[in-house]
Design a protein around this ligand. Structure first.
Ligand code: ATP
Ligand code: MG
Length: 503
């Protein structure tokens, strides 16, 4: 009965298309509203019929789509008419399951270029060769634009400072209190170490890994710029403002040094939270992350809600980075900021690799923090060829992704994060190193780890709700199999029952 109704509406739509041709109305003067009506009708009909249609019905549907395409082509400007006809014809032939070889080739090419992960055309070719050069020129800072304050951190490749973006004529002392308005202008400035390693000006165009600090700084700048061009990914990372090279020396601003600038997003990292610097974890961040304090709720449930909210944000952020081809490779609590709005922002892209372009990729090396990196230590198997020029790398990136699942590198780090948040004695940074050693001894078999070492740890939070957290941790920390799989991707982790409602 339902099907009949759907088909009759389908026919009436078909009739309308026929009628308008029979009346001989000038194609170009067909009202747009008419086309819009047809679009809606067609979509509704396609959805309704496809589910339970017979061969004749499918054929009719194909004709409807073809009719609709004719109408659309009729109202479209002349130059695009052949394209609409071609695409429409392809869709109609696919619906009726009678595609020609050229149709199949076109559909496959379309899928590969636009919809495969990561899209070679959008996040590879266009991003690298068109949008990148177009937008990167837009940010021009000078050292006079900033007042430096305290040091925030310093790794092998650079030193991060807190700073304030100053207005003309304004002076701000390194220790003076900031007004609320000045606080809004706080930034983080990272000075990249100047090293003696050769700086290959064009090394990124060759698709390879950075050598030394200077090139690492350029890689981080590249990654942050790429993220900035992709609003969904940008939402989950600290806001990158740009970079500059001082033209003269003044204090820490050494002439010729390389500086990267971000908006100051937060005073606290997840590392600080786990260390208890903002109160006992997770209660210290509960109000920020959940927007409320769940006073009176059973302790296990209350803690799990906060941990889940943090982990979910980390996984969503990583999924967005992976969708544009970036694997972070240094996911750890110190590289995750928790803002006062309860958002988790990913930072520190010096070790990241862009598999759309091969930037910072070398099949034999990777930069890693052994506490959080998976046993395989590399994003792609050792025997994977070195990255070709970005244009070729972009074209091949979905195949590389399919073959090597490089994103599973970050999944493992997320698994360590889950263990660390859930097991109180693992929250301090040094105890994670111990966990890493213990896991290696049991060949990353978490069930065995539980039998051999689990007794000394409190696994209550992982065992809640039918061991949901434990099951997720097991699937994130496992070793890859010979097909480079065997571990959940961050997207799969987000669908795990751990994220179901908490009881
Ligand atoms: N956008 C930001 N907002 C607030 N704080 C930040 C921001 N970016 C970085 N930080 C702080 O600066 C520290 C160092 O930054 P980052 O991790 O990028 O540098 P790094 O060179 O890797 O240094 P480290 O080895 O200390 O991690 C972070 O741990 C964090 O405390
Ligand atoms: Mg860091």
């Amino acid at each position: 009965m339902l099907l009949k109704t759907q088909l009759s509406s389908l026919k009436s739509c078909n009739n309308r298309v026929d009628v308008c041709h029979r009346k001989g109305i000038c194609k170009r003067r067909l009202p747009v509203t008419f086309a819009v009506e047809n679009v809606t009708d067609a979509i509704v009909n396609v959805q309704a019929v496809i589910a339970s249609a017979s061969v004749t019905e499918v054929a009719q549907l194909g004709m409807t789509v073809q009719g609709f395409v004719n109408t659309l082509a009729a109202v479209a400007p002349e130059p695009v008419q052949p394209v609409i006809n071609l695409i429409g014809g392809d869709i109609a032939s696919l619906i009726t399951l009678s595609p020609s070889l050229p149709t199949l080739a076109r559909v496959t090419a379309f899928y590969y270029m636009f919809l495969a992960r990561p899209s070679p055309l959008v996040f590879g070719f266009l991003d690298f060769y068109v949008f990148g050069p177009l937008f990167e020129r837009a940010n021009n800072f000078a050292s006079q634009d900033f007042a430096l304050r305290g040091k925030l951190g310093g790794g092998n490749f650079g030193v991060a400072y807190e700073g304030v973006q100053i207005k003309p004529g304004e002076t701000i002392g390194s220790k003076s209190d900031l007004t609320p308005e000045q606080k809004k202008r706080r930034v983080v400035l990272k000075r990249v170490n100047m090293d003696k390693t050769e700086d290959r000006i064009n090394f990124m165009k060759g698709g390879t890994m950075a050598k030394g600090a200077t090139e690492t700084g350029r890689v981080e700048s590249y990654m942050c710029n790429k993220i900035r061009r992709n609003p969904l990914a940008a939402q989950c990372c600290a806001q990158f403002l740009g970079n500059f090279i001082p033209e003269s020396s003044q204090g820490a601003f050494v002439k010729g040094s390389q500086w990267l600038v971000w908006k100051f997003e937060s005073d606290s990292t997840l590392g600080d939270a786990l260390d208890g610097k903002i109160g006992t974890f997770p209660y210290g961040v509960e109000e920020y992350v959940l927007g409320k304090v769940n006073e009176g709720m059973p302790v296990d449930k209350r803690e799990t809600l906060v941990i889940k909210a943090i982990l979910r944000q980390v996984l969503v952020g990583l999924r967005r980075l992976h969708s544009i081809g970036i694997v972070h490779r240094d996911v750890k609590p110190d590289n995750l900021l928790i803002t006062v709005d309860g958002e988790v922002k990913i930072i520190d892209f010096g070790a990241a690799v862009d598999l759309c372009t091969g930037i910072n990729f070398n099949p034999l090396y990777g930069m890693l923090d052994p506490r959080y990196s998976p046993p395989e230590e590399l994003v792609l198997p050792k025997n994977f060829p070195r990255a070709p020029a970005p244009i070729v790398a972009a074209l091949l990136s979905p195949l590389a992704w399919l073959y090597g699942a490089p994103d599973l590198f970050d999944s493992y780090s997320a698994g360590v994060l889950l263990m660390q948040m859930c097991i109180p004695t693992l929250r301090g940074g040094s105890s994670v190193r111990m966990l890493n050693n213990e896991l290696r001894q049991v060949d990353y078999d978490l069930e065995r780890w539980r039998v051999v070492r689990g007794g000394k740890y409190d696994l209550t939070l992982l065992d809640r709700n039918g061991k949901a957290g434990w099951d997720l941790a097991k699937k994130l920390l496992s070793k890859r199999d010979r097909f480079n799989r065997g571990r959940l991707s961050v997207g799969e982790a987000l669908s795990h029952r751990y994220f179901n409602l908490e009881f």
